[in-house]
Design a binder for this molecule. Structure first.
Ligand code: DLL
Length: 450
């Protein structure tokens, strides 16, 4: 092994792995915040014009709101422009949001969604190039360097995870193993044999892989992996600690969504692990009132909204992500503001007898209780016309009946104390809950069945 990933915790004797030398930074990473704002305004004005001139949907909604691209004279003026939602994309299915002739579109991705039509996104050759650039920058910020082997376990296909990670890793000059999701036993074998430094995977599927390492009698702490780039679903600081301890690697967060491009919209830097730097030279973030339209100041929580700044095939203007977070100043990369780790999606928020609750809050609790495995589900039912929630969580292998009963009471008490609502907890046998092979759905809603 000649190279080492630039993890804060890795021994890293420097070249080419020292994360905090700036020698690997690209031009945008070297801008100061003022220069970044100038670049953003110029690109925002071009994008608004491009959307208005080429997408009937934007022309209509801008006209209805009484705004014109020429009204945008500062970044703050963007607040006067209308939002775009997933419904707008659905209504223009399949290609109605494209701003270039279909023949200029080199690739299509789509997100399945749970109901209705999928949302379709298109990319020109230049868009694919930009996406690979931001993904390469993300992998580099995570500690990846040319020459590293990158094992990609995000699904390949219409989902943007696999191909997005793949193109970025190739662009950085890495050797990519396109494992995709599934065939878990074989993934472990490939990791053992090929000795990748980096894995890109959802955190819930990483837990499945770690269990599989142990099932095969292998210690994941002895594997070659030095950095895990985890995203596509919410995960907590407790989950980071759990994975880092079990796999002895640096776990960093990556964020993105297909409507805006895919993975690589924001990335946590390995040297600080303090939230995700948004690649603001391509994606302009706002945080707004989740139930209204008001823009919130940096530091205030709300719904994340993105406007693309360089996309050709499918520019998005003020796309409402439903993801809840807040904006913070840049640290490791001063040019780019950070977003705090996502608490959850506004549509994943459970309202239980008037109390708002996110699966991530339960994750923090479950991971803090002795005798429990990190595998849990939230089952919603209706009892006597009241909504009820049961936390189904697996016992750690070998934990006694007494320990299980105590653990269940601890979960119930912690949910009551920290979230303020009464739930049941059911500690089940190891290996009985559904395992993730990609994005995990924590909530099982059985209210309609009761
Ligand atoms: O999940 C893109 C992606 C692939 C991101 C691989 C990171 C890694 P979609 O399928 O369109 O795209 O889903 C986007 O997933 O709005 C969030 O709700 C959620 N999400 C993505 N990354 C994170 C993250 C991909 N790091 C939706 N933390 C987003 C929390 C995330 N939620």
């Amino acid at each position: 092994m000649t190279s080492s990933a630039a993890g804060a915790g890795s021994a890293g004797t420097g070249s080419p792995g020292s994360a905090d030398t700036h020698e690997w930074w690209d031009t945008a990473e070297r801008l100061d915040p003022e220069q970044m704002r100038e670049l953003q305004l110029e690109r925002l004005q071009q994008t608004l014009r491009h959307a208005y001139d080429n997408v009937p949907h934007y022309r209509r909604t801008f006209d209805e709101a009484g705004v014109h691209p020429s009204d945008c004279k500062s970044l703050e003026d963007l607040a006067a422009f209308p939002f775009t939602t997933k419904d707008d994309l659905r209504e223009n299915y399949p290609f109605g949001m494209f701003a270039v002739p279909r023949t200029d579109v080199n690739r299509i991705h789509a997100s399945s969604g749970t109901t209705g039509k999928p949302t379709v996104v298109g990319y020109t050759a230049q868009d694919l190039d930009m996406w690979a650039d931001v993904m390469a920058r993300s992998i580099r910020a995570a500690g990846g360097r040319p020459g590293h082997i990158v094992h990609v376990s995000y699904g390949y296909g219409l989902f943007t995870g696999g191909l997005g990670a793949h193109d970025g890793a190739e662009k950085l000059g890495c050797t990519v193993v396109p494992a995709s999701g599934g065939m878990t036993a074989r993934q472990v074998q490939l990791i053992n044999d090929f000795r990748p430094e980096i894995i890109m995977i959802t955190p819930s599927y990483m837990l499945t892989l770690l269990d599989e390492f142990e099932r095969q009698g292998l210690d994941p702490r002895e594997s070659s992996l030095q950095v895990g780039i985890f995203g596509a679903e919410p995960w907590t600081e407790s989950m980071r600690a759990e994975i880092e301890e079990r796999a002895r690697l640096d776990a960093v967060d990556i964020y993105g969504l297909s409507e805006v491009t895919g993975p690589g919209v924001a990335q946590e830097c390995v040297e600080t692990k303090d939230g995700l730097h948004i690649w603001e030279d391509h994606f302009y973030p706002e945080v707004v009132d989740p139930l209204g339209e008001d823009v919130r100041s940096d530091g205030e929580s709300g719904e994340l909204v993105f406007t693309s700044l360089t996309k050709q095939a499918m520019p998005v203007i003020r796309y409402r992500t439903r993801d809840l977070t807040r904006l913070l100043p840049g640290t490791a990369r001063p040019a780019f503001r950070r977003m705090e780790k996502i608490t959850g999606r506004s549509d994943d928020m459970i309202i239980l007898r008037g109390v708002n609750l996110f699966p991530t809050q339960v994750e923090e609790i479950v991971l803090g209780v002795d005798g429990l495995a990190p595998h849990f589900q939230l089952v919603l039912t209706r009892q006597d016309r009241m909504d009820h929630m049961t936390v189904m969580v697996e016992a750690e292998p070998g934990s006694t009946t007494d320990r299980r009963a105590d653990a269940a009471s601890e979960v119930v008490r912690a949910v009551k104390d920290q979230i303020g609502v009464t739930v049941d907890a059911d500690v089940v046998d190891p290996d009985t809950l559904e395992r993730s092979m990609g994005k995990l759905r924590r909530i099982k809603d059985r209210r309609a069945e009761s």
